[in-house]
Design a protein around this ligand. Structure first.
Ligand SMILES: NC(=O)C1=CN([C@@H]2O[C@H](COP(=O)(O)OP(=O)(O)OC[C@H]3O[C@@H](n4cnc5c(N)ncnc54)[C@H](OP(=O)(O)O)[C@@H]3O)[C@@H](O)[C@H]2O)C=CC1
Ligand SMILES: CC(=O)[C@@H](O)[C@H](O)COP(=O)(O)O
Ligand SMILES: [Mn+2]
Length: 380
């Protein structure tokens, strides 16, 4: 029985992780969970899965739940609660399905406690990839990708030596506005931006997908997870999201991983690796029915966030931290109707331009830059 601690249980990846646990009750159990403010759903999850440790965002919710559930469950709250859920249970693996760089400290805590991490929370690797990778290496802890592109690459690599890799090719759907030209993006609404053509995901990543920042974050994520430099990571637009990503080897052989868009597949693989469990209910891929798959080069002027992400990734130091923090706040502002869709790019560009890069930042420096950028962007 593999015991799981789940950060972000009430979100898109979180609830799909619970689907996987529910599908394989002999193999998996949930021993700890965290969520933010969706207490109604968390309450049902606690009743169904009976975790011993739970963290919520607010102290008041933690106190009320403690009264309700009694001694069987220990409740925590806030950022410190996330760290407890990550390190203090008897979990065999921690799934990071929380959104944003708030996932950094709990991820480091899980690694420090020697727990393998099934990593969906890409912002953690973007904001402090060098610290996360160094900690994982030092502790001998594995980071297993959940993000569909990185799971695809992980599966395509399947033990191939690093020296055999020539290029990683990430596929990008193009997001909600894949068929719109740049001049048509002036007045797009939040509702339109939240309508992804292929995937049902949380709000933040859906907006990232529409700006193409999601792919930018994923390029940085791939750089860390697969130790591959930016000149050997490409992106191709593939509107159907059937090929989840590819690896080109030195002999020009290209291995891709395909499947219908269903995040439960990479989530489950991250939990069963190196084994594969069945997903009998999963939708089969029918290529004949699809008929065609489409591919298109990425236009860096159309998708300016991609340019920012490659530049920030190549610069390294604190630049990816700035990219991520500015993006998180800009997306939150767009979702609240405070800025327009195209202003997301302007906010990020401005934050990157005004920042003085620090090389090889410590955890304290990363946290300070993250806070400073958030404060500046929030008040602008
Ligand atoms: N959705 C997808 O298909 C994919 C997602 N990812 C990545 O996975 C991560 C999660 O994405 P997704 O599931 O879509 O996001 P959702 O917005 O659907 O869920 C986010 C989860 O994190 C919790 N949360 C958010 N902020 C806090 C906080 N400050 N403190 C405590 N809990 C918090 C939410 O709690 P609550 O709702 O209770 O407030 C919720 O449980 C992201 O990093 C994303 O990029 C990667 C690949 C695919
Ligand atoms: C499901 C998943 O992994 C998302 O990150 C998805 O890739 C978003 O799709 P696009 O960013 O390609 O639109
Ligand atoms: Mn992805």
């Amino acid at each position: 029985m593999k015991k799981i601690s789940l950060l972000g249980s009430t979100g898109s990846i979180g609830t799909q992780t619970l689907d996987v646990i529910r599908d394989h009750p002999q193999a998996f159990s949930l021993v700890a969970l965290s969520c933010g403010v969706n207490i109604e759903l968390a309450r049902n999850q606690i009743k169904e899965f009976k975790p011993k440790l739970v963290s919520v965002a607010k102290e008041e919710d933690a106190k009320n739940l403690q009264r309700e559930f009694g001694k069987e469950v220990e409740f925590y709250y806030g950022d410190a609660g996330l760290v407890e859920v990550a390190k203090s249970s008897d979990a065999d693996v921690v799934v990071t399905a929380i959104t944003g760089s708030v996932g950094l400290l709990p991820t480091l805590a899980a690694i420090d406690a020697g727990k393998p991490v099934a990593i969906a929370n890409k912002e953690t690797l973007v904001t402090a990839g060098h610290l996360v990778m160094e900690a994982a290496q030092k502790k001998g802890v594995s980071l297993i990708p959940v993000d569909s592109e990185h799971s695809a690459i992980f599966q395509a690599l399947n033990g191939e030596p690093h020296k055999a890799i020539d290029r990683l090719i990430l596929t990008a759907s193009g997001g909600s506005f894949r068929d719109k030209a740049r001049h048509e993006l002036q007045d797009v609404t939040v509702e339109q931006a939240l309508s992804h053509p292929n995937w049902s995901m949380g709000a933040k990543i859906t907006i990232d997908s529409a700006t193409m920042m999601n792919k930018g974050l994923e390029v940085i994520e791939a750089n860390w997870l697969f130790n591959t430099d930016y000149d050997h990571i490409d992106v191709v637009i593939h509107k159907e999201s059937i090929i989840h990503s590819m690896v080109e080897f030195h002999d020009r052989s290209v291995i891709a991983q395909l499947g219908t868009p269903d995040m439960r597949v990479p989530i489950q693989y991250a939990l069963t690796y190196p084994d594969r469990f069945a997903r009998p209910e999963g939708e089969r891929l029918n290529l004949a029915e699809l008929g065609k798959l489409h591919f298109k080069d990425l236009d860096f002027e159309r998708y300016r966030c991609m340019k920012f992400a490659y530049e920030a990734g190549k610069s390294g130091g604190t630049m990816p931290t700035v990219l991520n923090a500015a993006n998180e706040v800009a997306v939150a502002k767009f979702l609240k109707g405070e800025i327009t869709f195209l202003q997301i790019e302007d906010v990020i560009e401005q934050a990157l331009h005004t920042h003085t890069r620090q090389a090889n930042p410590s955890l304290e420096e990363i946290l300070a830059v993250d806070q400073a950028v958030r404060a500046r962007v929030m008040n602008n």
